[in-house]
Structure formats: structure tokens, C-alpha cells
Design a protein. Structure first.
Length: 381
């Protein structure tokens, strides 16, 4: 019998459980599914439009705490504290006894410590997922400066309550805590195969799927595209931006004279998103993580490109593949515009007609939550 069967795990997850267009939602749903397949009874927290909820193993809401005020702008910044308060209140109840806890790290502070303390008071084995940790992180906003300050202050105290860190990078002994290196993964069953539809007009179609941040480096790609055409480029290139993008990016497209080549189509999910994948030749990954001091890690988006069988370009180094992998092309992390001629050479050099199947099989072998979570429990004992 599986030694995990019937044991309980609590997941602290700062996500909107009802928005499938956001990548983190799909990731956490896959994690929940995997824990349940391993025999664990999963209880987790989430945001909803009016506040925070706790959801049990039967997907029923067992605890709900609405926001105190109905001000969307205020709650956008307050919701993290509201979620932690909700979880801490719930954990104090007699019914909230768990064998394990899996918490998504985003800032250590006094409230996060209170939540950790409640878990350890009930002898819970605590794992913290350091999904975006880097000792060289560079804060670029007021909020990120606050987060870095609080982390430095409270991480030594948090270490008292954490049994294991799950790091999506190659760092070890994070915060002075035993660390296991895992990769971001996916639920391959939840990502349909790509049915490629060639373009009759021979245009090369690029696809970016993101909630854009500065480190995505979309400006590097746009500047490269402008330089390509300014220097006499003749290939017909079309770019589809799916998701939410910064106003500065949209303005750059206009000022670069690329309005007819770039389309911002908004957030998509399900069959709508599949159609964009089916009609794409190359995916665009993040190209500027150096802006926040990160040079290696595990991107969720590249895993989806693998699952879809879509060749892509990217920036930072990933643990499961290197620069020799034939269907992904890495550019150095810097401020130089992306060399579109180099991208086109990469694209035209992909001759194996089975690359879609090969990439999907790669995802099956290397990007499974079953494999990654098995590492955690092997370390926990």
C-alpha cells in the first residue's frame, strides 16, 4: 500500500483558482492533481473575486473570508495579507491537522511566520517551494524592495519552521535549510497535442504567451525585429502576443513601425489558445532575467512549449536541457536586440519532421510532477 495514502497535506497557494488563462493556475491545478494521485488528501487555499477560500479534498469550500472593504485597487495589494490571515485562522481550528504542508514562497514576514508557526505547532512537515529564489535578485519596484528587505530580516526566523526547501534552480542550502532541487513541471494530460497548420502565405509566425514583466525582454525581440527590417530583411514575420502586455511594449511596437506585423490578442485559454499554438512556428520565452539578477531557473512557459511541440527561443539556463538541444535556441542575457537572422537560421535548421513528437516525449520524461514530488518525499523520509 502507498505509504502516503490517507495522509493529509495543506497547500498554501496564492492563486486565482477559477482563471485557467493564467499559467500559475494550471501549474497549481497539476500539483493538486499529482498529490491526490499519490494518495494524499489535499486541502488548499486560493483567492476568489471577493476574498479568500479554503477548499477541501472534495473541492468544496470549507472556509471563506470576504475582503473587509470592497475596493478592487486596495485589495489588489492587500490580498496577500488577507490570504495569509485566512489560512492562519483556519489552521488554528481543531479540524486543521495535517501531515504535510507545501507552501509557495513569495515573501517571509511576520504574517508568513505566524502561518508557519501554526503548522509546526501541529507537528506538520513543512516544505516551501522557492520557485523564484535567487541570492542575486535585483529589486526593480517598491514592492520588490519591500519583499527583499523583509526576506533578509525574517528568513532566519522562518528557517526554524521549515523542514525542506524545494528549489527550482541549482542553489543548495537555501536560507540555511535542507534543499532539494526540482524542476517546474506540467500535467501533460491537460495540455493537448499541437496540430500544426502551415501558413499558406509562408509567413513565419511567432507566439508569445505571457503576463508580461520587465524580465520577459519582449522589447529585445521587438527591437531586433525592427533592426531586421531596417537592414533589408525579406522574410514575412508575424508575431502574436497572447496574454497581458505592458503599455510600453505596445507603444514600442507602434513607434517601431511594426503595427502590421504584431498583434496583441488578449488572454486566451482552452481551444482558443490551442488555435494560436496550432498556427505558430516559433515560441518566445523570457529573454531578460538578468534585469532582476537571475541567470538560471525553471520557466513554466518553456515546459508548455515542450508539451505543445513548439520550438522556441529563450534566455536563462534551464537544468533539464542545454545549448545543444536542437529545438530550443538560447540567447545571452543582455540588453542587445535579438538577432532575428540568427532566429531564422535556427528555425530553418529544424529539418526533423518529428520534432513535435520528440519535444512532447521530452516533456513526458522530464517534466512530470510525479517525478519531482517523489524527490521531495524521498528527502522528507
Amino acid at each position: 500500500m502507498n505509504e502516503l495514502t490517507g495522509k493529509r497535506i495543506f497547500m498554501y497557494m496564492n492563486f486565482f483558482c477559477d482563471d485557467p488563462s493564467i499559467g500559475i493556475t494550471k501549474k497549481i491545478r497539476a500539483q493538486i492533481k499529482t498529490f491526490r494521485n499519490m494518495g494524499l488528501e489535499v486541502t488548499y487555499c486560493a483567492y476568489y473575486s471577493g476574498g479568500a477560500v479554503i477548499i477541501d479534498n472534495n473541492e468544496e469550500v470549507i472556509y471563506r473570508k470576504p475582503f473587509a472593504v470592497k475596493c478592487e485597487k486596495f485589495n489588489r495589494y492587500y490580498r496577500r495579507f488577507h490570504l495569509i490571515n485566512t489560512v492562519t485562522e483556519y489552521l488554528k481550528s481543531d479540524k486543521a491537522g495535517f501531515d504535510y504542508a507545501y507552501l509557495r514562497w513569495h515573501t517571509f514576514d511576520r504574517k508568513f511566520l505566524s502561518m508557519l508557526r501554526e503548522l509546526k505547532n501541529k507537528n506538520t512537515k513543512v516544505v516551501v517551494e522557492a520557485h523564484a529564489y535567487s541570492p542575486d535578485f535585483i529589486p526593480t519596484t517598491l514592492i520588490s524592495r519591500y519583499q527583499l528587505f523583509m526576506d533578509k530580516r525574517y528568513s532566519p526566523k522562518a528557517a526554524r519552521y521549515i523542514d525542506l526547501v524545494a528549489a527550482m534552480n541549482n542553489y543548495t542550502d537555501i536560507w540555511g535549510i535542507k534543499t532539494v532541487n526540482i524542476d517546474n513541471a506540467i500535467d501533460l494530460d491537460d495540455i493537448s497535442e499541437r496540430h500544426y497548420v502551415p501558413n499558406r502565405n509562408k509567413a513565419i509566425r511567432f507566439l508569445s504567451v505571457a503576463i508580461e514583466r520587465n524580465y520577459h525582454g519582449i522589447d529585445r525581440f521587438i527591437n531586433g525585429l525592427k533592426a531586421y527590417y531596417d537592414n533589408g530583411g525579406t522574410e514575412d514575420i508575424r508575431v502574436y502576443f497572447v496574454g497581458k502586455y505592458m503599455d510600453s511594449t505596445k507603444k514600442l511596437v507602434l513607434s517601431s513601425g511594426l503595427r502590421d506585423r504584431c498583434r496583441f490578442v488578449g488572454s486566451k485559454s482552452g481551444e482558443e489558445l490551442d488555435r494560436y499554438y496550432d498556427r505558430a512556428e516559433i515560441g518566445i520565452g523570457a529573454l531578460a532575467h538578468h534585469r532582476i539578477g537571475m541567470y538560471e531557473g525553471s520557466s513554466l512557459k518553456t515546459k508548455e512549449y515542450f508539451a505543445k511541440g513548439l520550438p522556441f527561443i529563450y534566455g536563462w539556463k534551464e537544468p533539464a536541457f542545454d545549448d545543444t538541444y536542437p529545438y530550443a535556441h538560447r540567447f545571452e542575457l543582455c540588453e542587445d536586440p535579438i538577432d532575428i537572422e540568427e532566429v531564422l537560421k535556427f528555425y530553418h535548421g529544424i529539418e526533423d519532421s518529428n520534432y513535435r513528437e520528440e519535444m512532447r516525449e521530452f516533456a513526458r520524461q522530464y517534466y512530470s510532477w510525479d517525478i519531482e514530488f517523489a524527490k521531495l518525499f524521498a528527502e522528507l523520509g
